[in-house]
Design a binder for this molecule. Structure first.
Ligand code: UDP
Ligand code: MG
Length: 314
């Protein structure tokens, strides 16, 4: 029997303004359960004082462990590292900024004790986020759902509890472009959810600027769907049919009337549009090929520089 029952995985990237409060709230909640636990801080190459503050916490409290990356590898890499280093029977993944309320962990644990292997947090409301973020998230989750065969639940992030069995299965998957919430759905097992209201960030700015959001969004689509490539084939056939019919029509009109019926401006605009479509699809293919390239290099997903309160080094 494992001596640690719960592992709480917290990714941190420049979170000096929230780490102390995050620790305080998490410990307050976890102490209520009266079972053994560890909290794993994954410092994803922070350039502020996050590392020093985390070390202070670790020195005062042996249940808190710290894993420092050699640079910023991204949120998905950080939670993947947390899952590899966790030794609990149930692993809880939660953001550091307290947007995911730690108190919800108690509901997740209740469901785990009822026999569920995955308990994901479903966002009922999202406080303090821009209209743009709320809108794009809503559209994206539904688009992803329509494109994939996997039942990836809408309006859920990575805030969830997974059992040891699920964690081991996820750790055995070798893929590098990881969209963890999709992989959790893909593995199956007994899954359920608890609802929560996503809070405003406790302090500081989002660490997910637009470029990181777009990368994550396409990681999700590329990892679980080939629909964008299939659409290019269908559209190609439709355009080929339109092009052929137009050609026959113009050719026959020219022969009958003996004059040129083509409007050159229209032709140029049409050509530009066609090039646009072709380049868009080349871009989409590039996204997939780029991901194959990354997978084939087989570099590690993250590099650990140092650890605190941790004996084993993976
Ligand atoms: N994060 C990380 N690496 C990154 C970006 C973010 O470890 O490159 C962490 C961050 O510290 C936070 C969590 O991932 O604990 C979610 O990030 P954030 O709250 O900024 O995203 P948002 O909630 O705005 O989507
Ligand atoms: Mg956040």
């Amino acid at each position: 029997m494992n001596e640690i029952i719960y592992s709480v995985v917290v990714p941190l990237y420049n979170e000096e303004l929230v780490i102390n409060e995050s620790y305080r709230r998490l410990v307050k909640v976890m102490d209520k359960i009266e079972e053994s636990y560890e909290i794993l801080f994954i410092n994803d190459g922070s350039t502020d004082c996050t590392k020093t503050l985390a070390e202070h916490i670790c020195n005062a409290d042996g249940r808190i462990k710290l894993i420092n990356f050699s640079r910023n590898f991204g949120h998905q890499a950080a939670i993947t590292a947390g899952m590899r280093y966790a030794s609990g029977n149930a692993i809880i993944i939660i953001d550091a900024d307290l947007q995911d309320p730690p108190e919800t962990i108690l509901d997740m644990i209740k469901k785990w004790k009822e026999g569920f292997d995955v308990v994901y947090g479903k966002r009922a409301k999202r406080e303090g986020e821009s209209l743009f973020k709320k809108f794009t998230a809503k559209v994206y989750y539904r688009l992803l759902k329509s494109m994939t065969k996997e039942d990836i639940p809408v309006d859920t992030g990575d805030f969830r509890l997974i059992s040891r069995k699920v964690c081991d299965t996820l750790n055995s998957l070798p893929e590098k472009n990881r969209y963890v919430r999709g992989l959790v759905s893909w593995v199956g097992y007994k899954q359920t959810f608890v609802q929560f209201d996503r809070q405003e960030r406790f302090a500081g700015e989002t660490k997910y600027p637009l470029n990181k959001m777009i990368k994550l969004a396409f990681d999700g689509i590329a990892a679980f769907s080939t629909k964008p490539m299939e659409i290019s084939g269908t559209l190609g056939m439709i355009l080929l049919a339109i092009g052929t019919l137009s050609f026959i029509f113009i050719f026959v009109s020219n022969v009958i009337s003996g004059s040129d019926v083509i409007n050159i401006n229209l032709l140029l605009a049409f050509n530009l549009m066609m090039f646009g479509i072709v380049f868009c699809f080349l871009g989409i293919m590039g996204q997939y090929i780029g991901r194959i390239f990354v997978e084939s290099k087989d570099r590690p997903l993250f590099i650990v520089d140092s650890t605190t309160n941790y004996d084993k080094r993976l």
